[in-house]
Design a protein around this ligand. Structure first.
Ligand code: NAD
Length: 488
């Protein structure tokens, strides 16, 4: 039995841990071996009501009275506590998400960095004076929305909490956080850290539970003034519909089918580690996973061969063993990924999808873990499901291209538009590609920029809208008021 150092069956409302109104719980599974880790509170509509009311009281009380600098200092305190507890947070994430320890630690450090970034920024966001008509003074004020809802998925709980709750708190909102039912230990640990740092009661509330219960109640709640949602396209559409009923703004951070585009003049030694890592990180369950690798024909075979070598050497194993690739989040996710792999049944050279290389699954893996072999695929046409659908597993598809126009047509030819990578030594080409790629972020001669806390992030098309991360998020988590004063 693994130790969880807090009561997982409680929700965090108004600074207090309490049983959910319905008293029910849900099991939390360890994806590395299928065992039950803990029971979590199955929060519902009345818990969400109480959390929204607590957030509202915080805005009218101690939290709302703090200056921006005081809010920033609290976030910095939380950041320091996260760093102090990084190893423990990584262990919780490994158990809960199946994330290799090293990646869990990276996420904890990223959470600390988000809190540091937004803590430092809290008192640096301000309005402007506007040269308006004679006899007037006009200016703008940046104000919090009020109560903000944060519905997050299971794949990067700490990073997503950092970028959305961190920015929202910096701007003076009071937050209600609904973590995913599959993985919520670090969200609960984060609430504990907020308490340890002395965040005023009600500024952060956490209600665990099912998406269709606690999540839907939160999205539809008339007391919520902004919704930040990260998750699937299908649920994102439900969230936007619920928000429309209350006329509140939403940020949707949805899925992706992001390409890395390798031109023949690229520095392949520099590109290779990024090509594979951005596909297998967190077992491919990353919204910005580089799940399509577009390679210019003259270097296609060499790139395929070198990626294949890396795939065959990948270590797959339980998260606490800190492998290269851990399990998927659930058996359901594993079945979905294996279903995609069945589509790669072709034979080399026939023009249908085939498997180039696969990492071995050791015979010692726990039988009830959610294992899928990291797999490199080629031969699929750009319109094939393997090259179009978000697989959300450790599967990358190699696609050849002829020239820039061809690369752009393939890269832009999916429903998504989240991130793209371009590998080339030609600066003009890099700039042309950066302008013509339809997505929210473009990386040239790198991918992901080591997390890029400072870099605004978000999608176009089915990847969503609105921006989180960077300074930009602070505008999304605030509203602008214009004041015009006539004085003579
Ligand atoms: P999901 O949409 O099923 O769940 C996400 C969250 O929404 C969970 O907290 C869940 O409980 C909640 N939810 C589910 N149904 C709901 C409902 N009816 N009303 C309100 N809330 C509800 O997504 P998932 O399968 O957990 O996550 C995977 C998806 O998330 C992938 O598509 C991935 O690309 C995307 N994602 C995007 C980003 C990004 O930043 N763009 C980051 C991580 C994950």
């Amino acid at each position: 039995m693994h130790t969880i150092p807090f009561d997982t069956r409680a929700v965090f409302i108004g600074g207090r841990w309490q049983a959910p109104a319905g008293g029910a719980t849900l099991p939390l599974l360890n994806p590395s071996d299928g065992t039950t880790l803990a029971a979590i509170a199955r929060g519902g509509a009345s818990d969400v009501d109480a959390a929204v009311a607590a957030a509202r009281s915080a805005l009218a009380g101690d939290w709302g009275r703090l200056t921006a600098a005081e809010r920033g200092r609290l976030l910095l305190k939380m950041s320091a506590l996260v760093l102090e507890q990084a190893d423990e947070l990584a262990r919780l994430e490994a158990l809960d998400v199946g994330k290799p320890l090293k990646q869990g630690r990276t996420d904890a450090v990223a959470l600390a960095r988000y809190l540091e970034f937004y803590g430092g920024a809290a008192d640096k966001v301000h309005g402007e004076t506007i040269p308006f008509a004679n006899g007037y003074t006009a200016f703008t004020l940046r104000e919090p929305h009020g109560v903000t809802a944060h519905i997050v998925p299971w794949n990067y709980p700490m990073q997503i909490i950092g970028r959305s709750v961190g920015a929202a708190l910096a701007m003076g909102n009071a937050c209600v956080l609904k973590p995913a039912e599959e993985a919520c230990l670090t969200a609960l640990a984060f609430a504990r850290i907020a308490g340890q740092a002395g965040l005023p009661a009600g500024a952060l509330n956490v209600v665990t539970g099912l998406g269709e219960e606690a999540g839907a109640a939160l999205a539809a709640h008339p007391g919520v003034q902004h919704i930040s949602f990260t998750g699937s396209v299908a649920v994102g559409a439900l969230i936007q519909a619920a928000a429309a009923k209350n006329a509140v703004p939403v940020t949707l951070e949805l899925g992706g089918k992001s390409p890395q585009i390798v031109f023949a003049d690229a520095d392949l030694d520099a590109a290779l580690p990024f090509l594979v890592n951005a596909g297998i990180q967190n077992a491919g369950q990353t919204c910005s996973a580089a799940s399509r690798i577009l390679v210019q024909r003259p270097v296609f075979d060499v790139v395929a061969q070198r990626m294949a070598e890396r795939y065959r050497a990948l270590r797959v194993g339980p998260a606490l063993d800190d492998p290269d690739v851990g399990p998927l989040i659930s058996q359901r996710q594993r079945d979905a990924v294996l279903g995609f792999l069945e589509l790669a049944g072709g034979v080399v050279g026939t023009g249908s999808a085939y498997i180039v290389a696969q990492a071995p699954l050791p015979a010692t893996l726990p039988a009830d873990g959610c294992w899928a072999p990291p797999t490199l695929v080629a031969g699929a046409e750009p319109g094939h499901r393997l090259a179009q659908d978000e697989i959300f597993g450790p599967v990358q598809v190699l696609l050849p291209f002829d020239d820039e126009a061809d690369a752009l047509a393939i890269a832009n030819g999916t429903a998504y538009g989240l991130v793209a990578g371009v590998w080339t030594r030609d600066g003009s080409r890099a700039l042309r590609m950066a302008r013509r790629l339809q997505c929210g972020q473009v990386f040239v001669n790198n991918y992901g920029a080591g997390g890029g806390i400072e870099l605004p992030f978000g999608g176009v098309k089915h990847s969503g809208h609105g921006r989180e991360k960077g300074f930009e998020a602070l505008y999304g988590f605030s509203t602008l008021k214009t004041v015009a004063i006539k004085h003579d």
